[in-house]
Ligand binder design. Structure first.
Ligand code: NAP
Length: 550
């Protein structure tokens, strides 16, 4: 049985008369929910569409075992309502997927959003009609909608790489991509299970199912630097204390490098002795959060020597946990890229899984996966690894993928998918020149494409877009479009900023290198969330220069 029901429905030609809205929002996740709320509050007619049967976006689809976020609950929050913040009580510092999905349902219900969301509906195409200055939109159900504004809140990790290997359809057992996990629980008890992929997702799956499975075969290609998560429970008193800091936190997350409440406050690396540096790293390691990565020494992103020393620190910690087993250390401890040059996962006893007697590894660098066969996974050495269940934790066509799988056509019929297949460009991740009245969140070349506490960055983008639309309407303008010159200047600044870092030297989804043929460019703006926010605020304050309003 193959349970991977993955292919998006194809749009049928629109035959029905168009339903009219001021704005259509694509997606009902963190960004889409808030956008629907903001635009409705502005008095606009808005409808949101989501392929899922409920709200949540990422938190709807990624219901795999062990899914949880690794921004602390006190900052993975909406900031537009103090009452909302205080009235939801997270159970722990890093809540798991079911709780986050419940939270987003709570938000949607509290704001009465669901009546304006159409579920089980994928947006198939959106073509801009220049004569009318409106978007013609079709859905997977064959509906035809017209809207002045098209607001893409599609998520930066919502295009799963589900058809990764030839032969998947022939597999006799069950095969699941983590980003399309079924609602009915998967029974791993006593089963022979394979996990392909050891990114943040694979790590969470592996550590969670390891105690349950009969045997586990882990297909490792690129190992990860990992940090043990500390996840204390939160009591009502704890939450009241966070609530009392609501305004400080709200201000703080907008100013820091990554939209967290911590920042690079340790002082310059060069001013410290080796012992002082280690003391800083030890203290942040003990925090059990992403602080070691995003609040230690920014020099690790620029300076090969610093990067190597911080990497050595983390490697030492990992070696101890692997009991200095030479084979495991070789397979699981990264040596060919620096700590933090791609996403650092938090984990809970992940490395210890490899010490279990019923766990085996396959080194995919030595023996790449060739295909899936009815009995299991065949590697390049001809071996067939027989299993009952395959978990594909193989990642996503990040940031650009969600938009380029929709047939979006702007002025003169230009296709976003075609353009982005050659070069991925945006105007601050908010618009793309040539696509009037299309606004984007979580899109390439903004921090929200990857390098951010997502709730911080998505809300900031929603607010900016909403304010921009309000401004245009006040001016009696009907069209907003980033100019070519503005977009060019942003792309240049983005690339210059990225080129100074070591991140561009590491292959990962951050660079688009996980998808064959995807043009290489750092997807996320790396100039810092605080800087990005300040630039956006400046644009708004000065009447949106670079955005042609007509
Ligand atoms: P990912 O980081 O892209 O990892 C995909 C994994 O699959 C990598 O180990 C990759 O190896 C492997 N892979 C892909 N194709 C393969 C092949 N043909 N053969 C063998 N291995 C293959 O994807 P992800 O783990 O889903 O994570 C994506 C992002 O989601 C994270 O970086 C994070 O931002 C987010 N996330 C967040 C959380 C959280 O908040 N805690 C949890 C999960 C995910 P290579 O690296 O060698 O390509």
């Amino acid at each position: 049985m193959n349970t991977t029901a993955l292919a998006p429905s194809v749009a049928t030609p629109a035959s029905t008369p168009a339903t009219q809205y001021d704005a259509v929002v694509i997606g009902a996740g963190v960004a889409g929910l808030y956008h629907l709320h903001r635009l409705r509050e502005m008095g606009m007619t808005v409808r949101a569409y989501d392929a899922a049967s409920g709200v949540g976006g990422t938190w709807y689809w990624n219901r795999y075992p062990g899914a949880r976020f690794d921004s602390q609950a006190e900052i993975y929050q909406y900031w537009f309502s103090e009452e909302l913040y205080k009235s939801w009580q997270p159970s722990e510092r890093f809540p798991a997927q079911p709780e986050t999905e419940r939270w987003l349902n709570y938000v949607a219900d509290k704001l009465d959003l669901k009546k304006d969301i159409q579920f089980n509906t994928r947006i198939a195409s959106a073509h801009y009609d220049e004569a009318q200055n409106r978007w013609n939109i079709t859905t997977s159900q064959g509906e035809h909608i017209q809207a002045q504004f098209l607001i893409a809140c599609c998520g930066m990790l919502s295009a799963p790489l589900s058809d990764r290997f030839p032969g998947q359809a022939n597999f006799k057992g069950q095969i699941y991509h983590t980003g399309l996990w079924p609602k009915t629980p998967v029974d791993f008890k006593g089963k022979r299970v394979a996990v392909i992929g050891t990114g943040a997702t694979g790590i969470q799956v592996i550590q969670t199912i390891a105690p349950e499975v009969g045997s586990l075969k882990i297909f490792v290609r690129t190992p990860q630097y990992v940090i043990p998560m500390k996840n204390p429970k939160y009591s009502a008193e704890d939450w009241a204390q966070w609530g009392a800091q609501f305004h400080q936190l709200k201000k703080r997350v907008r100013e820091t490098f990554a939209g967290f409440d911590f920042d690079f406050d340790a002082g310059p690396w060069a001013d410290k002795t080796p012992a002082e540096r280690t003391a800083v790293l030890e203290k942040l390691w003990e925090d059990g959060s992403l602080a070691l990565w995003l609040a230690s020494f920014p020099e690790m992103f620029f300076d090969e020597q610093v990067s190597e020393e911080v990497s050595q620190f983390v490697r030492g910690k990992m070696r101890e946990r692997l009991q200095h087993d030479p084979d495991l250390c070789k397979l699981l401890i990264p040596t060919d890229y620096g700590f933090g040059t791609h996403r650092v996962p938090l984990e809970n006893k992940y490395l210890e899984v490899y010490l279990q007697p019923n766990v085996e590894t396959v080194d995919c660098k030595q023996t790449p996966i060739e295909r899936i066969v009815p009995e299991g996974i065949q590697t390049a050495d001809g071996q067939v690894h027989e299993v009952d269940i395959i978990v594909m934790a193989v990642g996503f066509d990040a940031s650009s993928g969600a938009l380029s799988r929709i047939d979006i056509r702007g002025r003169d019929g230009r296709s976003l998918k075609d353009q982005w297949s050659k070069e991925i460009r945006t105007a601050m991740g908010l618009q793309v020149h040539g696509y009037p009245n299309l606004f984007t969140t979580g899109a390439p070349l903004a921090p929200s494409a990857a390098l951010c506490n997502m709730t911080t960055c998505l809300q900031q983008q929603v607010d900016w877009i909403s304010d921009c639309i309000a401004h245009a309407r006040q001016q009696g303008k009907t069209v907003v479009e980033a100019t070519q010159a503005f977009e060019d200047a942003w792309v240049e600044h983005h690339d210059e900023t990225a080129a100074k870092t070591l991140v561009v030297k590491t292959d990962s989804w951050y660079m688009g290198s996980n998808v064959d043929g995807k043009p290489r460019r750092l997807l996320s703006y790396i100039g810092g969330v605080g800087n990005y926010h300040a630039k956006c605020d400046e644009l708004a304050r000065t009447g949106y220069p670079g955005f042609d309003m007509r």
